[in-house]
Design a protein around this ligand. Sequence first.
Ligand code: 2RA
Length: 341
Amino acid sequence: ESIKAGVLGATGAVGQRFIQALENHPWFEVTSLAASERSAGKTYGKAANWRLESNIPDNVRDMEVVPVDPKKVDADVVFSALPSDYAKTVEAEFAKEGFAVASNASAFRTAEDVPLVVPEVNADHLGLIDVQQDNRGWDGYIVTNPNCSTIIMVPTLKPLMQFGLEAVQVATMQAVSGAGYNGVSSMAILDNIVPYIGGEEEKMETEPLKLLGEFDGSEITFADIDISASCNRVPVMDGHTESIWAKMADKPSPEQVKEAFLNFKPDLGDLPTEPEEVIIVREEADRPQPRLDRNMGNGMSVSVGRIREGIRYTAMGHNTIRGAAGASVLNAELLHKMGKL
Ligand code: 2RA
C-alpha cells in the first residue's frame, strides 16, 4: 500500500526529521513538501539548509517546495511541523479540506476533541476523532502528539499507574535541537546563549494529565495526578534527559519499579516505527545514566536508569525523533492500522 504523505514545515529541524522518518517507509510515500514563502518554488535540496547529520534523501532532493496551502499539497495525510501560532489556522484548513493531520504542533493539544496521543500510552484516545468531526464538521481530522519533554516522560509514568501514581516532579535537561533551527541556528546558540524554554513547565504539567486520562468514547476524564516541572536548556545537541520523582500510594521498591518498566510492552501490532523496546532499563552500576548513543534502537525508545528509593529515576529520549517526528509518524501508523487513514 502507498499512502501519499505531505510534510508541512519541511525545512525546519522537525520537518527534516519527518523526511528522514518517511524516506523508506513501507506505507507512506512523500509526495509533497510545503514550507514558508521563503522556500516555496525552490527544489528541496536548495530550500532546506540541511543541518541533520545525513545527506538530503534522494527521494526529495529535487522535489519542488510548495506553499503551505491545502490546494497545493497532494497527499492523504500531512505531517505538521508548523509553528503553533500558524498551525492553529492552517491545520484546521487542511482538516476541513479532508486531510488527516498528524501534528507535532502544540496548537490543538489541549482541545477537548483533539486526540493527544502517545500510542503506547493512550491509543484508545484516537476515538476522539469521531467526536471532533461531529463537532467541527471537518471531512478530515487532527491528531496531535505532546511536546518532546512530555513524550519522553509519559511512557515511564504509564507502568507506574498500577502502583497508584499520585504525584510527579520532573527536572528536564533539554537539548538545543528542541529549540529548532528556524530562529537562531543551533550552532550559534551553542556558542552564545542557550534559548529560554518558553512554556515548557505548563505543557509538562497539563499534557500528561490528558494522556493518562480515561476515554469513555465521547470525552476524556483528565488524570488526577499532581505534576510539577522545572525545565532547563543544556548545551547538548540532541536528547532530552529528565530527572523524575514519582510518588505512589503503594510505595513500590526500586526493584518493583524496574520490573514494571521491563514488563511494559504494549501490543500495538506491527507498526513500522514502533521500537523493539519502548523502555530500555540501564542497570550499569558504573554509569547507570541513560545516554543517547547507547542501545537507543531507532531513536524511538526511552532509556531509563538510576532507579532509586523515592522513587527517583532518570529518563532520556531523542527529542526530535521519539519526541517529535517519530511520534507523529507512529500516530499515523496507528491510524492506518485502525482503518482511519
Ligand atoms: C523544546 N520541547 O525542547 C520544546 C519544543 N521542542 O524546546
